[in-house]
Design a protein around this ligand. Structure first.
Ligand code: MLT
Ligand code: MN
Ligand code: ZN
Length: 313
């Protein structure tokens, strides 16, 4: 680590751009005819379509780190000039952090197979789950320097570039669906990232998948100026009510937004300047900008993440 010095204070602040703000499946979801998805398809201005959850961060607006590689990564790159190549073979993507092994957070890696060196950051467990027994990932090993994987230890801090640090913390979650019954759950399966600008000392927390709010997680969220948080489901029986699934939010390891134990109530006291829901499922009434649920969340100081939203710390 380089020591903090006075020149640091003049370095530019960290830029955050929410590339995608929907949960797995996106909004609208290809096989979903729920009220929200139909309204989005019909072009309702109150139901803005969204791609799947991913956040881009940069300190210099030249090199960008992605938090998760969504299946929509191609569209997300094309929609943001900051991620466009600046020479005949180039990518400003300096590294990709994976918060878990869920396919809505990892499938995009396979879309980046055109022989561009990539650096991926994840816990050892997330790496093992993706690399072992997965013949498709060999497409990122066409030559020995194509894929560099940096293992993130829990509670460790990586200085990803001059002035920008990312700390990895375990967050209650679950194994990816495709590993259910094949692997034993572990604290490394699901993590959040605390992104810190060393010049301003501002911290943004990115925790798109959260099953429970434990005291240690609450304390760590309280230390962040900006929070990107799991907004998957408004209520526990949201999918059941709509006749779409038998699974409850808690069966899928997602804390709800509403209810006495939900994030609206439990995170009410946080002093963060920005609180942003991301990873929002297409069934969530928050996606309807005229709904009472949208109104109650925004009145409580939350922003409902939209693709392309930018924050400067
Ligand atoms: C989740 O967030 O619960 C997962 O993305 C679900 C899935 O992989 O289908
Ligand atoms: Mn997901
Ligand atoms: Zn839907």
């Amino acid at each position: 680590m380089t020591p903090i010095n006075s020149s640091r204070r003049e370095s530019p602040p960290v830029h955050l751009r929410l590339l995608g703000s929907a949960a797995g499946g996106g909004f609208p979801q290809w096989n979903c005819g729920c009220v929200n998805c139909n309204a989005a398809r019909a072009g309702s201005l109150r139901h803005r379509p969204r791609t799947q959850d991913s956040l881009a961060i940069s300190i210099d607006r030249s090199n960008w780190f992605l938090m998760n590689a969504s299946p929509d990564i191609h569209r997300q790159i094309e929609n943001f000039h900051g991620l466009h190549p600046r020479s005949s073979r180039h990518s400003p993507i300096a590294g990709i952090f994976l918060s878990n092994g869920d396919l809505d957070h990892c499938l995009g890696l396979l879309s980046l197979r055109e022989s561009q060196p990539l650096t991926v950051y994840s816990t050892a467990n997330v790496r093992r789950a993706l690399v072992e027994r997965n013949v498709l990932l060999r497409t990122l090993n066409r030559f020995s320097t194509q894929l560099t994987w940096r293992i993130l230890e829990l509670n460790s801090t990586a200085e990803v570039c001059d002035g920008l640090e990312v700390t990895t913390r375990a967050v209650p979650g679950k194994l990816p669906v495709h590993l259910d019954g094949l692997d034993t759950p572990h604290a490394e399966d699901n993590v959040g990232f605390w992104i810190r600008d060393r010049a301003t000392e501002y911290t943004a927390a990115y925790v798109p998948n959260v099953a429970r709010l434990e005291p240690s997680l609450l304390d760590r969220l309280a230390a962040a100026e900006c929070i990107f948080f799991d907004g998957t489901f408004w209520s526990d029986d949201e999918l059941i009510q709509r006749g779409l699934s038998r699974q409850r939010a808690h069966d899928m390891a997602h804390l709800t937004v509403s209810g006495p134990l939900g994030s609206l109530a439990r995170l009410q006291h946080l002093s963060a300047r920005r609180k942003i829901y991301t990873h929002i499922n297409n069934t969530n009434p928050l996606l309807d900008e005229s709904s009472p649920e949208h109104r109650s969340a925004t009145r409580a100081g939350w922003e409902i993440g939209t693709d392309g939203m930018e924050i400067t710390l």
